[in-house]
Ligand binder design. Structure first.
Ligand code: ADP
Ligand code: MG
Length: 240
C-alpha cells in the first residue's frame, strides 16, 4: 500500500531521512518509534507530500507520488493524517469540520457528505457533539473529531503523528481505542507513538528510527523484549 525506496530528505545541509526503504502491506499497522529528532514526523510528512523528498520514490497503492499539481491533491486525499495538535477549524462546528473537505475537494453533494460525517462521528463516539464548536470539546473529543475528519476522505492509509502526546492522561485511551478499532477493521496505518500498550496490541510491526535511518524493525513482541541494536535498547530503557 505504501512503498518507499531509497528516500532521502535534506533540509538545507541537514540530512534528515537517510536511505529509507519501507514497504507497508494493505491492512498493515506499523508503529514508528525513536528519539526526538530522529525523523519520524518527516517520514510521515513525506508520505503525504507535505514535504518533498530530495531523492528516491514513494508510491501509495502503486501510484508514485507526483511532486505537485492536481494529481498530488488527489493522492494526498488518499492519505489521511492526524497530528499531535488537532488542527480543527475553530469557527466551524464539528460536523462541518468533518464534512467540509469531502464537499470542497471530493465534490460530494452536501447532504451526502453530512450524512457520512454523522456516521463517522458516531463511529468515534462523539455524535452528540456534532453541532458544537471545537473549543467546547475536550482534547480527546477533538482528536476523535480530527480522526473522523481524516476518515471522511476515505483514505487508503492513515498516518498518526503522536496523536495522544498533547492529551491529558485520562483522555489518551479514548483516542487509542478508536485507533485500535480502526486497525481491527483493516485500515493501513502508520502510527508514531510512544504508547507501548497500543503498539503491543495493535501493531503488526514496530520500526525504530534513529538519526534519519530505520535502525531496526520487528514484531512488537520481539522488538520490546529482544531489541537487538544498542541504540534501540538504550531508547527502550528510557521509555519503558
Ligand atoms: P521527530 O519527529 O522524530 O522528532 P522530525 O522529523 O521532526 O523528528 O525532525 C527530524 C530532523 O529534521 C530534526 O533534526 C529537525 O530539527 C529537522 N527538521 C524537521 N523539520 C524541519 C524543517 N522544516 N526545516 C529544517 N529542519 C527540520
Ligand atoms: Mg515528531
Amino acid at each position: 500500500m505504501v512503498s518507499m525506496s531509497g528516500v532521502q530528505k535534506h533540509f538545507g545541509t541537514h540530512h534528515v531521512l537517510k536511505d529509507i526503504d519501507l514497504q507497508i502491506a494493505p491492512r498493515e499497522v506499523v508503529v514508528v518509534v525513536g528519539p526526538s529528532g530522529s525523523g519520524k514526523s518527516t517520514l510521515c510528512r513525506c508520505i503525504n507530500r507535505l514535504e518533498t523528498i530530495s531523492d528516491g520514490t514513494i508510491s501509495v497503492d502503486g501510484v508514485e507520488l507526483p511532486a505537485e499539481g492536481k494529481a498530488l491533491a488527489q493522492l494526498r486525499a488518499e492519505v489521511g493524517m492526524v497530528f499531535q495538535s488537532f488542527n480543527l477549524f475553530a469557527h466551524r462546528t464539528i460536523l462541518d469540520n468533518v464534512a467540509l473537505a469531502p464537499i470542497t475537494v471530493l465534490r460530494q453533494p452536501k447532504a451526502e457528505a453530512r450524512r457520512h460525517a454523522m456516521e463517522l462521528l458516531e463511529r468515534v463516539g462523539i455524535a452528540d457533539k456534532a453541532h458544537q464548536f471545537p473549543a467546547q470539546l475536550s482534547g480527546g473529543q477533538q482528536q476523535r473529531a480530527a480522526i473522523a475528519r481524516a476518515l471522511a476522505m476515505k483514505p487508503k492509509v492513515m498516518l498518526f503523528d503522536e496523536p495522544t502526546s498533547a492529551l491529558d492522561p485520562e483522555m489518551v485511551s479514548e483516542v487509542l481505542d478508536v485507533m485500535t478499532d480502526l486497525a481491527a477493521e483493516g485500515m493501513t496505518m502508520v502510527v508514531v507513538t510512544h504508547e507501548m500498550g497500543f503498539a503491543r496490541k495493535a501493531a503488526d510491526r514496530v520500526i525504530f528510527m534513529d538519526d534519519g535511518r530505520i535502525v531496526e524493525q520487528n514484531s512488537p513482541a520481539e522488538f520490546f523484549d529482544n531489541a537487538s541494536s544498542p541504540r534501540a535498547q538504550a531508547f527502550l530503557s528510557k521509555i519503558l
